[in-house]
Design a protein around this ligand. Structure first.
Ligand SMILES: [Zn+2]
Length: 126
C-alpha cells in the first residue's frame, strides 16, 4: 500500500478498523495482480468539508469526516484499466456490505469526472 503523503499515513490510524481491513484486502488484491494501490485521501476536517459544501459538491455530512472518533471514508487512485477497476469493485462489494438496509449503497464505487478515483466507505456507526 502506498500513501500519497505523510498526512494519509498518519490518518490511517484514525480510520474505522473495518475500513482498514477493507483497504488492506484491496491492497492485497492489487499486489497479487502486480497493481499499485495508492491511498490519496482519508479524513476531511470541518473546514475542508465546508469548502466542498460551498461549491455545492456535497450537502450532507461526509463519511470522510470523523464519526464517533473514526474516519469512515477513503479515496484511492483508480487502477490502470477499466477491467481491473471493475474486478476490484466486484471483489470488495461482494465481500463487504455497506449497509444491510440499503443494498443500493456500495462499499466501493468509482468516481469519474474531474478527479477519477475509487471511493471506499463504511457506514458510520457500524
Ligand atoms: Zn471519497
Amino acid at each position: 500500500m502506498i500513501h500519497k503523503n505523510k498526512r494519509t499515513e498518519v490518518e490511517w490510524w484514525d480510520l474505522h478498523p473495518r475500513l482498514r481491513l477493507i483497504l488492506s484486502d484491496a491492497d492485497l488484491w492489487c499486489y497479487l495482480r502486480g497493481a499499485e494501490f495508492t491511498i490519496t485521501g482519508l479524513v476531511r476536517n470541518d473546514l475542508e468539508q465546508w469548502a466542498l459544501w460551498k461549491q455545492g459538491i456535497s450537502a450532507e455530512k461526509s463519511v470522510h469526516q470523523v464519526w464517533s472518533g473514526w474516519g469512515c471514508g477513503a479515496d484511492a487512485r483508480s487502477l490502470k484499466t477499466v477491467e481491473l477497476n471493475q474486478q476490484l469493485l466486484d471483489h470488495i462489494n461482494a465481500r463487504y456490505t455497506y449497509d444491510l438496509g440499503r443494498k443500493d449503497l456500495k462499499t466501493v464505487i468509482r468516481h469519474m469526472g474531474t478527479a477519477d478515483h475509487l471511493h471506499f466507505q463504511v457506514r458510520p456507526g457500524s
